[in-house]
Design a protein around this ligand. Sequence first.
Ligand SMILES: NC(=O)c1ccc[n+]([C@@H]2O[C@H](COP(=O)([O-])OP(=O)(O)OC[C@H]3O[C@@H](n4cnc5c(N)ncnc54)[C@H](O)[C@@H]3O)[C@@H](O)[C@H]2O)c1
Length: 258
Amino acid sequence: MSVHVERFAGKNVVVTGAAQGIGLAVARRLAAESARLTLVDRSELVHDAAAELGAQAIIADLESYTGAEDAITAARGHHGRIDVLVNNVGGAINFKPFTAFTAEEIQAEITRSLMTTLWSCRAALPTMMGQGHGVIVNVSSCATRGIHRIPYSAAKGGINALTASLAFECADAGIRVVATAPGGTEAPPRRISRGTPALRSDREKEWFQAHIDQTLASSLLKRYGTLDEQAAAICFLASDEASYITGTVLPVAGGDLG
Ligand SMILES: NC(=O)c1ccc[n+]([C@@H]2O[C@H](COP(=O)([O-])OP(=O)(O)OC[C@H]3O[C@@H](n4cnc5c(N)ncnc54)[C@H](O)[C@@H]3O)[C@@H](O)[C@H]2O)c1
């Protein structure tokens, strides 16, 4: 992996959901590029990542506004300002046809994959406005057009809408708001579960497999991406190299535009 060594030197960067997966890959790349890092996660495993990277760790559940506000207040306290916020928390929990979702399951997907980012943006923007600058990178998904995770698709569609509209509203305040839309991404087995129930029946296994088959079929490159491929796009958008880009959702999905 080639690295642009100084893109984040002197910048205070907050990454949410940084204990594993895409968030951890982003944190590793930012650390390699000299960012002053704050890693937010609700898992204690974030302490391992922070120790590895010389970062500050904050334990917080971003599914409530109080959790997001406390995390942002603590992050600002560590470094005095927030130059970049990467809203990475999210992820589909259930994989099945929409009519098999209960009302509680639908709510849980929206809470996990839309509200966490909405709360974190609301909590961080006053700090960025006070500074007169800031960058927010939201992690969306190309599952905005996909099967068997419709509430998650709807949540990520919301991420795309809030990215475009916040960019519009906050441009005069010197704040860029951008997003990536990852496709299927290879990763080691998750140490922290999303809470996806075990697949019990053949029918549930078929429902799960169908979303993988659809993801591959929708990608022109017919493969999953890597964590590094996702982190590279997120870090580019977070950096000053992307200073003329705002309100944009960049698909990182082998040609699947979501
Ligand atoms: N992995 C993929 O194939 C893929 C594809 C498209 C989009 N994405 C998106 O990329 C992002 C990261 O995905 P991933 O697969 O690396 O995730 P993951 O499930 O592997 O890790 C998510 C991290 O967020 C933390 N987290 C979850 N809920 C939280 C909460 N309420 N408060 C604080 N921390 C919380 C978890 O502890 C974990 O460390 C998500 O937004 C996901 O929707 C992932």
